[in-house]
Design a protein around this ligand. Structure first.
Ligand SMILES: [Zn+2]
Length: 411
């Protein structure tokens, strides 16, 4: 938070120093961002004299209204040859046109347009015309020649279909495909300004909450009630963030480990944490948001009551009964939650989710390749999205203690 906004809201901002161990929050990528990285579209390009650029584009817009449904807002419609990737320029001169291959023209000035041989001092720029799937060259060429004269050359090239999600990505794509523009209004993920503001807040407390989550994980394993997985749930109100629930994994509590299987799935740390929040909400029956408590009886399967001393000790306040279940709460998980728990986090309407250890074989939050790719933290088609990060700390943080959880475990 900057000083200006802190003053204007008169919030008593907690200001512990940023973590001294240099830990980092890595924003999770959405499934759309991951897909955007690989999806390309074939388009026609040509060169036009600068003086005829706008009339040519006008003609294209008549021939292909609304670009045939494709969105080119993230691409330069006109590009000086100096900013068009060299490979694209070369293919244009080598292999295109009705006249067949020509020798590579090298008269490209990085800053100026293209001065073609035989065209005197006429300066040309590249034009992105349309998707090749929308119109054929035989429909396109006669119309273009009506403005540009005979011998119009067409080439095809690939462009990124969706907008870049960062300035770095835009730069990389501009060098590889076609000049791109990065606009901060990402259509397929949370706004970068929202992410970075939230990240500053999360960074102030993440290390402590993660340490607590690992404490719960260790206790759950040592006490034999579950696997070494833990979560801490934080409520942030008026600039103050406080722990409302801590939960360790409880899948082996009153559950026969010797019989094999995966244990009690309703007692994963995330499920227990959510259950404890709902127990807290259920305490105030006068509240309109109060919900009936889940049964946590000797014979039942839920483990929503504290099993570990730390689960009694950690909470700094009661759950705010004004909220809807976990609405806008934050969850800090030692391990990337499994698909079931990730969906439970979405359905419970958490505002932020942070995990430390990536679970490539079972985790439901990440969209990246190398894992299941569900990216459940931010899916447009679901009725709730949140902010998500992975917390990465320098090696050796846990003072030599080893994470004993199997990478294939459903956390
Ligand atoms: Zn789980």
């Amino acid at each position: 938070m900057n000083s200006e906004s802190a003053e204007s809201h008169c919030v008593p901002a907690p200001a512990p120093a940023p973590p001294a161990d240099g830990g980092q929050l890595i924003p999770l990528k959405t499934i759309l961002e991951i897909r955007a990285a690989v999806r390309v579209l074939n388009v026609y390009i040509t060169t036009v004299p600068i003086q005829k650029a706008s009339s040519t584009l006008g003609l294209v817009r008549t021939l292909v209204p609304r670009d045939g449904g494709y969105d080119f807002q993230h691409l330069r419609r006109f590009a000086k040859p100096g900013v068009v990737p060299e490979g694209v320029r070369r293919r244009y001169f080598e292999g295109c046109g009705e006249d067949g291959p020509e020798s590579l023209r090298s008269s490209v000035d990085e800053n100026e347009g293209l001065k073609e041989e035989g065209c005197e001092e006429e300066t040309k720029i590249f034009l992105l015309i349309a998707a090749t799937s929308i119109i054929s060259p035989s429909s396109l060429l006669p119309s273009l020649e009506s403005i540009l004269g005979p011998g119009v050359k067409l080439s095809t090239t690939e462009i990124p279909l969706l907008a870049p999600t960062s300035a770095e990505q835009a730069k990389g794509w501009s060098e590889k495909y076609w000049p791109c523009v990065y606009k901060k209004s990402i259509p397929f993920g949370p706004h970068v300004a929202i992410v970075s503001r939230a990240q500053e807040e999360v960074l102030r407390g993440v290390r402590g909450w993660m340490d607590s989550a690992w404490g719960l994980a260790d206790a759950a394993r040592e006490e034999g009630v579950g696997e070494g997985v833990g979560v801490v749930i934080v409520e942030r109100r008026g600039g103050e963030a406080r722990v409302v629930v801590g939960a360790g994994d409880g899948r082996w509590c009153r559950w026969g480990r010797e019989e094999g299987g995966e244990g009690n799935v309703t007692a994963h740390a995330v499920m227990r944490g959510i259950g404890m929040v709902s127990e807290g909400l259920a305490r105030d029956y006068t509240s309109p948001s109060a919900i009936p408590p889940f049964p946590d009886t000797e014979g039942g399967i839920f483990r929503n009551h504290p099993l570990l001393d730390l689960e009694n000790d950690l909470p700094e306040k009661e759950v705010d009964v004004g909220g809807y279940l976990c609405h806008d709460l934050e969850i800090y998980c030692t391990h990337e939650p499994c698909v079931m728990c990730s969906m439970a986090i979405v359905h419970s309407r958490f505002g932020r989710a942070v995990f430390e250890k990536r679970m490539c074989g079972t985790g439901g939050l990440c969209a990246d390749e190398g894992g299941l790719g569900h990216g459940l933290w931010w899916r447009k088609e679901l009725n709730w999205t949140m902010l998500g990060w992975r917390w990465v700390r320098p090696l050796g943080f846990r003072e030599g203690r080893v994470d004993v959880v199997d990478v294939e475990l459903d956390a």
